[in-house]
Design a protein around this ligand. Sequence first.
Ligand code: TYM
Length: 336
Amino acid sequence: MEEQVKKKKVLSLIQPSGTPTLGNYLGALKNWNEIAEEYDCAFGVADLHAITVRQDPAKFREQIRNMYALLIAIGLDPEKNILFVQSQVPTHAQLAWILDCYTQFGEMSRMTQFKDKSKTHADNVNVGLFAYPALMAADILLYQADLVPVGADQKQHLEIARDIADRFNGIYGQTFTSPEPLFVKEGARVMSLADPTKKMSKSDANPKGFISMLDTPDVIMKKFKSAVTDSDACVKYAEGKDGVNNLMSIYSACTGKSYDAIEAEFAGKGYGDFKVAVAEAAIEELRPVQDKFNQLINERAYLEDCMKQNAEIATKISQRTLDKAMKKIGFYQFKG
Ligand code: TYM
């Protein structure tokens, strides 16, 4: 009899806190599509995470639907992968509370994202923002994920998810799979076009800093043309050339060309030509996704059907892990 090789499990989520950026695409979404070919995957819209920052209700609803449609538009098949909206799967919030009680105040206080966001949202430093990594750990551990594809900015959150899993397993015996991160080579940290020392973020107040996945070709071209570089006029990957390094990394992630090949291609040319080439590569990269998105976003009934079916599947799978954890802790179990 032929032996069935069990595929590794993969899980990742993205927040619907605005239209995702080229950073989200190159650091995460683009690769999810490739990963889905190889692994047993669950991908989700992290709407519970998004309310750690105040959201406008009407816009929020639209962003959740857009993000869900984008997951399908990048090529993920909702029949073959689990594509869910986090708030539609009640186990996430339930396990998050439990994990809160197995996470120390001190270790949460070290999270750099919490420190950064407490500064940018100083008027709303809520407990959810602080406990955010325990919810993220719940997302991952519920599906017994072996691998979690994320951009470099999520490294610390992945480490704490592993620590929480190991701690729980240490107390109660094997309950959760200890997850490993899966980083992409190029595009793992796409930087702001306006300030290349900061990561490209969909919540940046300066729209020139980020390319949204739904920006029109004209807007993409304009934003790349105004990208911050330096006065060297030399396309070369080197320390201190943050702006150029970022553009090279984007160009490489979009075209598959190595840094050496890019340096050779633009030898003796100015930044003007280079920026146009990067913009064109990004436009071509996003074009098929935008076309599919524009078609899908009007198919509301189809999207809602996919959401409902997938929420049911996700609930069923994750409930098994939640039940196991609750039993180990000693929550009351019915005999009959
Ligand atoms: P989020 O929504 O900020 O980003 C989604 C994914 O995009 C990656 N990313 C980037 N990659 C490269 N360059 C950038 N400038 C850039 N900005 C974002 C992120 O690393 C991420 O992979 N907490 C997570 C969402 C989450 C999650 C999870 C992820 C919730 N639960 C469970 C994995 C597993 C977040 O805020 O990602």
